[in-house]
Design a protein around this ligand. Structure first.
Ligand code: ACM
Length: 762
């Protein structure tokens, strides 16, 4: 459920760093004893350990029951029943303890957790679990578990620390949702937003309309399923799980749903871990699962697909409100959360034009356009929610056509940067989930983890007063091409660890420290059986060149992982050659290499092509001036070769790679043309990062091809240049949704930097 088209290819993207930096890159990995994510507010290490075993006593009052039960289950994992096994005390603190915070004191024979809420105490238990680490999750019994002595004070930055999961596009069963809840609790998330309905399937039982799930939860395979099945040929994680198929009336269908009883169980399971489930029934758009069964709910009486999105519910018929209110009556009774999510995103409002019922409703209510018609629907639903003692959340489209003061906005459209400010000015609370940072269905590359980590939820031009309206942050996982639990884990780990620090910490600026915390926790993730994405190998370009000889070098961010490679085109396995330090290249060759973790699991496979190249001669040009010729085309294209001179709007001169247009069109393209000046003869590497597509041409070649519609993605290539001027052209297109365009160069000495004014001539 998103505007962007995502590329589905596995990325082989590189970041060239000097090999001599490798020690500096890895030496912070040493003290892993206190690796906690999110990092606590203060942590004072101390000598010694608390040895936890079966006889460890837990002293607690009823408010901390859930935390005490969790601690008890940890002691049950130990086989030793030693005497004098120490005591864990849970107690309430004074009113200086911030909301949701806790104190944790671990001394040889005593652990004291101080908290004022169940949530605070449970967070302390999550911290203890991470201090124990991998041994806690080992699948063999253990005599004792060690917790290093420490003094911790800790409290969350945001009250809303959410994760979202789309269970409509692909269904995930209750057992797996429980697993997700455990992992969310370990990383101190406290809201689980379930996107329960969409065009592709209705997942929650509604007793008044049993067909919604008896029929609406099951589908014949659709286009997205075919995409997954095609991808599954190379990657089994894209296969549709057999357990979600069922034969109904002799036809094999795919899907699933939750009964209300099952959902009650899940709510209870989550609550015991201090997590609240937030239900979303997305309307008036994204309703095809319902309109297929009840076509009268749509204005055209048929439902189906409309121009950009599916036919929405008709906001001009009372029968729509009867349906919506019946559904939400059951949702409000089932889910104890204060908030219910109405969705209200991506509505094909044009379907309401020229509909007699809508014309008369607009006249009667004084609504001047279809945006106000959507607002009318949203306001009416909000009033209904309020009558059930619930508050409404909607995606940021609820701003269009006027928003009520009491609605909470979930911000996702990064390309509308003013939306949070408009909401805060009106006094609406905001949950920050901007797609660029928070949509974990976006494919990953070498930059994606850092992108999440450096997300500033209080940005977006909010002043200090307006920042107070930010309730918190949330990651979102839309599952169009995420059919399996394995694939889901690959997409959220380790990004959810980065989001947990953004949500919890006051100072999410310690990227290097965070990176090492993630690496230190990999043994724990392995013990938990999580299919996380490995940290990228760095220090090479997939399109490499040599003129005489070259030396392939790599940076392996996880020293415990071994790198294996092949040169015969086959995928590397654990028995392929081991990469040690460097390989001399003196002939054209293709390397395929990958890291393998300590249990032999393979990470991303990287392909590096080395070709032999003569130095490109410099151009015979004279009297050049500084800068590049820049052209701007305010038109939508899919690939850069579609850029058409007849769409040219303006020309300018830029110093380097800039887009000097004060307010660009939503969709546009640009061209930068001139010469790159090579200061010395040698091999240069260019790194091109863009959202959406870009292509870099140099001399007579297409050097970097980063074309097409995608989130910010980096590609790189090498070229051998003689000292002097080299023809340069950079084409870029933006397909809507906010753009990124960045070019870096690594010169023959190995220094990587942004291109700048001294590189370009025209
Ligand atoms: C959304 O991604 N359409 C909220």
């Amino acid at each position: 459920m998103k505007f962007k088209l995502f590329t589905l290819t596995s990325l082989c993207i590189s970041l060239l760093l000097n090999y001599t930096n490798i020690d500096a890159q890895t030496k912070h990995l040493t003290n892993s004893k206190y690796t906690i994510i999110p990092q606590p507010t203060t942590l004072k290490p101390a000598k010694g350990n608390f040895q936890l075993n079966k006889n460890t006593r837990i002293i607690s009052s009823s408010v901390f029951n859930a935390a005490a039960a969790e601690l008890k289950s940890i002691t049950e994992k130990c086989s030793r029943t030693a005497k004098n096994a120490g005591t864990i005390t849970l107690k309430t603190g004074d009113n200086t303890l911030p909301q949701g915070g806790y104190l944790l004191s671990v001394k040889d024979k005593s652990i004291v957790i101080t908290a004022n809420t169940a949530e605070g105490s449970f967070s302390a238990v999550s911290t203890i679990k991470q201090l124990i680490g991998a041994p806690l999750y080992a699948n063999h019994s253990t005599a004792e578990l060690q917790i290093p002595n420490v003094e911790i004070t800790d409290a969350p930055r945001f009250e809303w620390r959410g994760m979202h999961l789309d269970v409509s596009r692909h269904f995930f069963d209750i057992a797996y949702l429980e697993k997700m809840i455990d992992r969310m609790a370990l990383y101190k998330f406290n809201k689980f937003h379930l996107h329960l309905t969409d065009d592709q399937g209705w997942r929650i039982e509604i007793k008044k309309y049993p067909e919604l799930t008896s029929k609406g939860a099951w589908r014949n395979l659709n286009k997205q399923d075919s995409t997954c099945l095609a991808l599954a040929k190379d990657n089994p994680d894209y296969a549709l799980p057999e357990k979600h198929f069922k034969t109904i009336d002799g036809i094999r269908k795919y899907g699933g749903f939750y009964t209300q009883e099952q959902m009650k169980g899940l709510i209870k399971y989550a609550r015991a871990r201090s997590i609240e489930i937030i239900p979303e029934i997305d309307m008036p758009g994204h309703m095809m699962a319902a309109t297929t069964l009840m076509p009268w709910l749509a204005s055209n009486g048929k439902g189906g697909q409309a121009k950009d999105f599916s036919e929405p519910l008709c906001p001009c018929k009372e029968s729509t409100y009867e349906f919506a209110e019946n559904v939400f009556t059951e949702i409000a009774a089932l889910f104890p959360s204060k908030y219910i999510h109405l969705g209200a995103d991506e509505v094909e409002k044009s379907s309401w034009k020229n509909v007699p019922e809508c014309d008369s409703l607009m006249k009667k209510e004084g609504l001047k356009d279809i945006n106000e018609l959507q607002s009318y629907f949203v306001h009416r639903m909000e009033q209904f929610f309020n009558s059930k003692n619930k508050k409404m959340i909607g995606w940021d489209e609820i701003l269009d056509g006027g928003v009520s003061k009491t609605a909470t906005l979930m911000y996702w459209r990064t390309w509308i940067p003013d939306a949070p400010k408009h909401a805060a000015e009106k006094g609406n609370e905001i949950i920050m989930a901007p797609g660029e940072y928070c949509y974990f269905d976006a494919q990953q590359d070498v930059n994606s983890l850092q992108k999440v980590y450096t997300f500033n939820p209080l940005g977006f031009k909010l002043n200090t007063a307006e920042q107070k309206y930010v309730k918190g942050v949330q990651s979102c996982l839309w599952t169009e091409t995420i059919p399996s639990e394995q694939r889901l884990e690959y997409m959220i780990f380790p990004r959810m660890m980065a989001m947990s620090e953004v949500a919890w910490n006051n100072s999410p600026s310690d990227w290097k420290g965070f990176e090492s915390r993630v690496i230190n926790q990999l043994p724990m993730l392995d013990a938990m059986g999580i299919n996380y994405r490995f940290q990228d190998l760095k220090g090479f370009s997939p399109k490499s060149v040599f003129t005489d000889t070259a030396s392939l070098q790599l940076i392996n961010p996880v020293p415990a992982f071994k790198i294996h490679y092949t040169t015969d085109g086959s995928l590397p396995t654990i028995s392929s050659s081991v990469f040690n330090k460097s390989i001399k290249v003196d002939r054209p060759v293709q390397f395929k290499l990958a890291a393998f973790n300590t249990s032999g699991k393979r990470g991303e496979v990287y392909t590096i092509d080395y070709i032999k190249q003569d130095y490109f001669e410099s151009a015979k040009v004279e009297n050049l001036q500084k800068g590049l010729d820049f052209s701007y085309y305010p038109h939508g294209y899919h690939v850069v070769k579609e850029i058409d001179e007849k769409d040219l709007d303006s020309r300018k001169v830029t110093a380097a790679i800039e887009i000097p247009i004060a307010k660009t069109a939503d969709q546009f393209a640009t061209k930068h043309k001139g010469y790159f000046y090579a200061e010395e003869t040698g091999v240069y590497t260019f790194f091109l990062r863009s959202d959406d597509g870009s292509v870099l041409k140099m001399d007579s070649t297409t050097l970097v091809d980063n074309d097409g519609m995608h989130f910010a993605m980096e590609k790189s290539a090498q070229i051998a240049l003689k000292k002097g001027y080299h023809p340069f052209e950079l084409l870029f297109l933006e397909g809507g949704g906010g753009y990124t365009l960045k070019l870096e160069v690594q010169d023959p000495s190995g220094k990587r930097r942004d291109v700048n004014a001294k590189d370009f001539y025209r």
